[in-house]
Design a protein around this ligand. Structure first.
Ligand SMILES: Cc1ncc(COP(=O)(O)O)c(C=O)c1O
Length: 489
């Protein structure tokens, strides 16, 4: 007799993906600036540790809030008993105002349309339960956040059908890719219930263009399906970069709020990234559809946000002076960090998705380090980088990327000194690779190698490669433009 259920045992959870395996390897030998300088540096974790000092100083200046007091009086008993799954009204109001502020107040949100959940993980799963039966599908552009296999499929029984995006146009969504995914689902006898996107994208670290958003709106209108926009990184955009545009803004601008499409667009949000508080488990669903709000509210019993967390954060987010400064300063720090990372990559002769303007990571192109253009080779390279170089980065295959050789590299969960060390390790690795055998297989142990620099022929090759990629990007931009004209957007 089987002791556990099929659900508990089935592997749609994705626990054995290299994304999670990398975390395990890191746990076995974690880098520490003092205790373990040869350990693995964690660059596979999208955590924002850059602005904790701002939060800590707010807490120090507001001791009553952390001590569960209001006007000097304890509200401990009130908080201990509160368990209404509609959430604290003061917190919902503060949260929607924060979401609007992040969007430059170009859109506003109604607190009665927000459903609180234990993080975006719970928000995505709850929405999936509300919108799809087991065996129905959502289309997701690739590469996508590896956690979605767990969050969207595992317990709901819903399916994910990939919308294959490629480097030829910077991984942007196209009309043909959307249509192909739809047809692929039909071929598999899966009814398509919607499209789910992350904007800004994890793992690409880019915001969606208005063209892409228009394309999505047109597609879900034509197919009569839903759109979920996971905007967990909406405030995590680098200063002086192209700004984030929410699908809600585009819908409003184009008067879609007066059409039935309006009710089929749902936003997922969380404070895990923009405030760097994944441990607090604060997420939300925002929907324009009354029935979705009502159903999701009932389901939120399975993943409520604790009342003391709501109380603390309602006070913090209601402090407008604080939030304004926090958003701006955090974006400045993120931009500075990203520049540090890409300068390190440049030094190592590695390129990255240049449209990177958001997120806690860079989408890094190591195709030139593959012996052959296969996912097996990508895994070989990944193992080398984890075990020999001592960096845990996430391979593109774990994000369902259709091209081998891309990796997600995080930069905001460590100190500047650790990031510099990580980039030095990577530079040394590439140099060794180049001097050892050009584009052939890598040496087995790079641990005891001496530092070497790139040879002239290698530098020449890298320059040529970058030049060809620039031409490729230029061509794909023009193809995109032609496609836009054909689609009439
Ligand atoms: C796109 C995306 N959605 C959801 C999540 C889950 O976030 P949370 O910690 O709020 O559950 C993540 C976390 O990395 C993410 O990147």
């Amino acid at each position: 007799m089987k002791l556990l259920s099929r659900k508990a045992m089935c592997n749609t959870h994705g626990q054995d993906s290299s994304y999670f395996l990398g975390w395990q390897e890191y746990e076995n030998n974690p880098f520490d600036e003092v205790q373990n300088r040869n350990g693995i540096i964690q660059m596979g974790l999208a955590e924002n540790q850059l602005s904790f000092d701002l939060l800590e100083s707010w807490l120090a200046n507001n001791p009553d809030v952390a001590g569960f007091k209001r006007d000097g009086n304890s509200i401990f008993r009130e908080l201990a008993l509160f368990q209404d799954y509609h959430g604290l009204p003061s917190f919902k109001k503060a949260l929607v105002e924060f979401m609007a502020e992040i969007r430059g107040n170009r859109v506003t949100f109604d607190p009665s349309r927000i459903v609180l959940t234990a993080g975006a993980t719970s928000a995505n799963e709850t929405l999936m339960f509300c919108l799809a039966e087991a065996g129905e599908a959502f289309l997701l552009p690739t590469p996508y956040y590896p956690g979605f296999d767990r969050d969207l499929k595992w317990r709901t029984g819903a399916e994910i059908v990939p919308i294959h995006c490629t480097s030829s146009n910077g991984f942007q969504i196209t009309a043909s890719a959307l249509e192909e995914a739809y047809q692929e689902a039909e071929k598999r006898n899966l009814r398509v219930k919607g499209v789910l996107v992350t904007n800004p994208s994890n793992p690409l670290g880019t915001t969606m263009t208005r063209n892409e958003l228009n394309l999505l709106i047109k597609f879900i209108t034509a197919k009569n399906i839903h759109l979920i926009s996971d905007e967990i990184y909406s405030g995590t955009v680098f200063k002086h970069s192209p700004r984030f545009v929410s699908v809600m803004e585009v819908l409003k601008d184009r008067d879609y709020d007066k059409t039935e499409v309006w009710n089929r667009v749902h936003i997922v949000y969380s404070l895990s990234k923009d405030l760097g508080l994944p441990g607090f488990r604060v997420g939300a669903i925002y929907s324009n559809d009354d029935m979705v709000v009502a159903a999701a509210t009932k389901m939120s019993s399975f993943g409520l946000v604790s009342s003391q967390t709501q109380y603390l954060l309602s006070a913090l987010l209601s402090d407008k002076k604080f939030t304004k400064n926090y958003i701006s300063e955090n974006q400045k720090r993120l931009g500075k960090r990203q520049r540090m990372l890409v300068m390190g990559l440049q030094k190592a002769g590695i390129s990255w998705l240049e449209s990177n303007n958001a997120g806690l990571f860079c989408w890094v192109d190591m195709r030139h380090l593959l012996h052959s253009n296969t996912f097996e080779e990508e895994m070989e390279l990944w193992k080398k980088i984890v075990y020999d170089v001592g960096l845990n980065i996430s391979p593109g295959s774990s994000c369902h990327c259709s091209e081998p050789g891309w990796f997600r590299v995080c930069f905001a969960n460590m100190s500047e000194a650790t990031l510099n060390l990580a980039m030095q390790r990577l530079t040394d690795f590439v140099a060794e690779y180049s001097t050892a055998n050009g584009h052939k297989r890598l040496h087995h142990s790079s641990k005891n190698s001496k530092k070497t620099s790139l040879t002239l022929p290698d530098k020449w090759l890298i320059r040529r490669l970058n030049w060809i990629r620039k031409i490729q990007k230029w061509l794909s931009r023009h193809l995109n433009w032609i496609e836009k004209i054909q689609n009439g957007c």
